[in-house]
Write a protein that binds this ligand. Sequence first.
Ligand code: ZN
Length: 86
Amino acid sequence: MLHNVVEDHVAEWLEKVLAQYDCCKCEKCRMDMMAMSLNKLKPHYVVSRDLYSKTRYLDQNAHNTILMAVVTSVEFVKDHPRHEKI
Ligand SMILES: [Zn+2]
């Protein structure tokens, strides 16, 4: 089964970044943030979902790129949630 390892990293970073933000963290907003981040990034597919390929693939540069994409997406969705502001 094909798996995009960038997705794992985005999900991890999203948790860390959201912990720093006082914004809506509902499922809808999280999904929007995920989708937006992933659309900014180049996918990296592996055949199986093993941790080995996940850690092997990413260098510091790639981590920074992913973090930037996540932060930008969180900032955007925070200001433009696709539901009424709470
Ligand atoms: Zn929300």
